[in-house]
Design a protein around this ligand. Structure first.
Ligand code: G6P
Length: 499
């Protein structure tokens, strides 16, 4: 919070993201709506930014998607949060059904998401998706401008992710002196892939209105600079990793996102984790002597769940002595339902698990335990803690924080992280993990066998190395280095203006 306060001084900090940190929902169904519940930040980023926002008393602009959100806001669409001790403003942007369809489901999740995850065959660049994306980005920009109107000095605006690529340009046009930063939470593709998107120039034009653009890895930064060089008349300076475009300079930097590692370790050691595990293992007949692997993710085609199931099937086929003893737990969270690619994936994952369980399962052993239940953080931490293997094997992933959570939760008998070479996290965790290629089914199955064969001493060394990294580069370090860089860029900008 101090570093953030340094940059902001007496300026207002505005964070803008598609998802909101608090959502208000009626307890009951439509007929008997009753009281209003406040749902809390679930994701790591919202959980980490929330205390910062409380400390600097800024404004958070986000889509109001809770069914009771409109009930609790004032005339400026703002509600003070957290509810029990209000410290900052949450300003809600309301989306029409067309906007949810075109901006969120459409352009964000059926154009930009597959594009950036190198799955251009899944891209659906419909005209109305682009129209709604443009309009919604304008709405976000207007809400940001609205919330900073009466602030005396120029605001600091921090955009999150691919939903808001165009908003910075509109904010820049209205407030030339605002400090604008953007963090892109997913991969940035190479320039030949990026050009598959018909609006590639407009997207770059939007992002280059920022003073600072952040990505998880150096590779994504390089890809971004390549795209800018190929598609615009901007001047790219590789030495300083910056771009001069339309009279403005944008710095491009990598800031690998981390987790709250200490909190994750505490969760793994909590009574709630113990209690949940006692019940779960009893329900599913898991003995302490059994070997366990775990996968935790949103049901998204980028996460490589089907490829992982194929590798597990291969492993059980090749190692019959492991049947009855080596169990895989898949926690899947329903995500982006209503989009065909996601609905189909949900069906296929369920069907595959059923088929594998039919093939190898016995009266007293189920190879794959599958749950889509909502699980509290302590339950997930218990799963991580108990699992001998953490299988984090996306076919493409910007970073992947589950890999970091799994590592931080190894508070007892240290497990092995089995990690895809195609995850952003591999830059940081590749050395201590067993690396696999998600599409190489036999190699992946061998990787599982290798991970299971590691001695206790070997596992200890690996986990100690990985934990050092995950704790040193946690989410607070990420915030600090982002804001330190932002402050340095801002100082440079001011001295330029004065000279
Ligand atoms: C990814 C994105 C986030 C997004 C999350 C969940 O991690 O980078 O911006 O919030 O997925 O997806 P959803 O569509 O439910 O927000």
């Amino acid at each position: 919070a101090e570093t953030v306060a340094d940059l902001c001084e007496d300026r207002e900090l505005v964070v803008a993201s598609n998802r909101q940190p608090y959502s208000h929902n009626y307890e009951g169904e439509t007929d008997d709506r009753g009281a209003i519940d406040v749902d809390r930040p679930a994701g790591g980023l919202t959980a980490a930014l929330d205390p910062v926002m409380q400390a600097v008393e800024g404004t958070w602009v986000a889509w109001g998607d809770g069914d009771a959100d409109r009930e609790v806001v004032g005339p400026d669409d703002t509600v003070a949060v957290p509810p029990e001790d209000p410290a900052y403003d949450l300003k809600r942007v309301w989306l029409t059904d067309e906007q949810v369809e075109g901006y969120y489901r459409g352009y964000s999740n059926q154009v930009l998401w597959p594009l950036c995850h190198l799955d251009t065959a899944k891209m659906t660049p419909r005209e109305e998706f682009w129209r709604e994306y443009r309009e919604t980005n304008a709405d976000f920009a207007d809400a940001i401008l609205d919330s900073t109107d009466d602030a005396g000095s120029d605001p600091v605006v921090w955009f999150q992710d691919y939903h808001l690529a165009l908003a910075p340009r509109r904010v820049r046009n209205a407030r030339p002196d605002a400090f604008l930063a953007h963090f892109w939470h997913i991969p940035w593709p190479s320039r030949d892939v990026f050009r598959a998107c018909p609006q590639y120039e407009q997207l770059l034009d939007g992002l280059l209105a920022n003073d600072l653009v952040g990505f998880h890895t150096e590779d994504y930064c390089r890809n971004f600079l390549d795209c800018v060089e190929a598609a615009t008349d901007a001047r790219v300076d590789r030495a300083s990793s910056s771009v001069s475009y339309r009279g403005h300079r944008t710095f491009v930097r990598s800031f690998p996102l981390g987790i709250d590692a200490s909190r994750q370790a505490d969760l793994a050691e909590s009574d709630e984790a113990d209690e949940w595990w006692a019940e779960f293992s009893e329900t599913h007949g898991i003995d302490p002597s059994d070997t366990l692997a775990v996968g935790v993710e949103r049901l998204d085609y980028t996460k490589g769940i089907e490829q992982r199931l194929a590798a597990l099937e291969r492993f059980w086929a090749d190692n019959p002595e492991r049947r009855g003893e080596f169990t895989y737990v898949q926690k899947g969270t329903e995500s982006r339902s209503g989009i065909e690619a996601y609905d189909r994936l949900q069906d296929r994952v369920a069907a595959e698990i059923e088929r594998i369980n039919d093939r190898f399962g016995t009266d007293d052993w189920t190879p794959v335990i599958y749950t889509t239940d909502h699980l509290p953080g302590a339950a997930i931490a218990a799963l991580y803690r108990e699992a001998d293997l953490g299988l984090v094997t996306p076919v493409r992933d910007g970073m992947n924080l589950v890999a970091k959570e799994y590592v931080a939760a190894q508070t007892r008998d240290p497990g092995v992280l089995v990690l895809s070479e195609l995850a952003g996290a591999t830059d940081q965790l590749g050395d201590g993990a067993v690396l696999v290629h998600p599409y190489d089914t036999p190699g992946f199955a061998d990787g599982i066998a290798e991970a299971l064969s590691l001695s206790l001493a070997e596992r200890r060394t690996r986990v100690a190395d990985l934990q050092r990294e995950v704790h040193a580069k946690d989410v607070y370090e990420w915030l600090e280095s982002t804001f330190e860089t932002a402050a340095a860029v801002e100082r440079g900008r001011r001295s330029l203006r004065q000279s």
